[in-house]
Design a protein around this ligand. Sequence first.
Ligand code: COS
Length: 372
Amino acid sequence: MSTDIPHRELTHRVAGFVADAITPIAAAMARGHGPSPKRIVESAGEAGLAGLLTPEAFGGAGGNHGDFIQFIETVARADASSAVILDVHLSVGTEPLLVFGNDDQKSRYLRRLASGEWLAAFALTEAAGGSDAVALRTRAAREGETYVLDGAKAFITGAGDADLYIVMARTGDGAHGVSAFLVEAAWPGVSTGPPLAKMGLHGSWTGELVLDGVRVPAANRLGDEGFGFTVAMSALDSGRVGISAQAVGIAQGALDAAVEPSRRRRDAGSEVDADAIADMEARTAAARQLTRYAAALVDAGRRVTHDAAIAKLYSTDTCVAVAQSAVDLCAPESGAEDHPAAVRFRDAKACQIYEGTNQIQRVVIARHLLRD
Ligand code: COS
């Protein structure tokens, strides 16, 4: 996929956005007292970044996935909560509409998402099914030109603040009995639970989405009936590249937090664990290259299931390991809740879990090798 935005201009725009809009709120976000997810996306819209992957014809910046991962890594280096909000909005929240939406759907929704006026969310997971996405139970019963949706989605990023949900619901049996729908938050029967109190990523809202007899026009079905599992899986293939970029940013932020205190200790005549710092740098650099490779495959129009799983697995394991090393190197100060290494350590763990746990990534990678 080509890019409409010159790379140098994007780098400048992203750096300005992070310096002006993210770094000043990072500490508040880490405590869960920052601006709402919608406000983060609005401020990205003001900087021309809320529609980074959306073509200019629909009000976006027309960037590619190389631009996207640079954006997400740079934001995550400063604040992982803001990064996951923006990542979900841009990738699994908007990309399925870009890839599978018809002209009518694109013209009704893309401009509002690309300007940051609306926040997008992706609703696949259910409490009972967990990683077994095919087991979803939310039903979509067809009544003429309408589908009636009933069910509940769990652990949804942006729930409670999002304006548009991409909802996977059952219209038949098995993987080919799932359909995807564009569901507006304001429609009767749509409600959300309170944000979960999470271990980390305190500035990002995660919660339940309840669909109680929600009447969705057939015009809001995304792709053909029965095509929803493919919509979801291909959204996650690309989304996992974004999570990989987020993990690289968290690892880099943890490394940043550890280097300066280590330098001060060395200058004061104490020993520093230079091997640990070298390993942190090497692993972060390797994770960044895997992420870039996967993003380049997406931009080349190649199926990225295998390489996105590798990037996501390696980068997110790396960010947990690097953040843990940062806590060790910065001890005892890093025992404080607000210490930047402690914040990264808490934020890192979720990356191994969402958009497919790392156990699922291993399933995807091994299946590719062991297939007949
Ligand atoms: N792209 C396109 N199609 C895909 C796909 C992909 N990445 N992965 C699977 N499919 C298709 C398969 O080709 C299959 O279609 P056919 O029957 O026509 O061959 C269908 O979808 C079912 O796939 P599969 O048989 O592999 O389903 P499984 O139930 O065995 O498991 C996994 C699929 C484990 C990969 C899936 O359930 C998964 O990714 N789970 C994790 C979900 C997740 O990431 N949740 C987080 C949500 S966001 S926080």
